[in-house]
Design a protein. Structure first.
Length: 109
């Protein structure tokens, strides 16, 4: 984490990439909802719940993964107040959940 804290360019790049990943996840969730002709979500985060209601995503996975929407919002709107330890934790420990999400979507196609 020290490396990211000490390098503004690296920190900016990591935050931007995590923003793009989290936004893409929410976009893909909404696209799957539309593809499957499921009810329309009122917010991007709700698309994950809708996929859970139709057994495309397991409930326990949604519980672990739904923070992706909060991460996206924090990266988009609270840039200066962002807790770098959260960014670091996501970078080090949570990216495998994105891969898991993609596997669930692929199975549903």
């Amino acid at each position: 984490m020290d490396e990211i804290q000490k390098d503004d360019m690296l920190q900016s790049a990591v935050e931007r990439e995590l923003y793009l990943i989290s936004q893409s996840v929410l976009d893909l969730a909404q696209a799957m909802v539309a593809y499957k002709k499921l009810r329309r979500p009122s917010a991007p985060r709700e698309a994950l719940d809708i996929l859970g209601e139709h057994d495309i995503l397991p409930g326990e996975f949604i519980g672990r993964f739904s923070g992706i929407a909060g991460l996206r919002n924090a990266l988009a709107h609270a840039y200066e107040d962002l807790d770098l330890s959260i960014v670091y934790d996501v970078l080090r420990h949570k990216l495998s959940e994105v891969e898991e999400f993609l596997r669930y979507l692929k199975q549903a196609l």
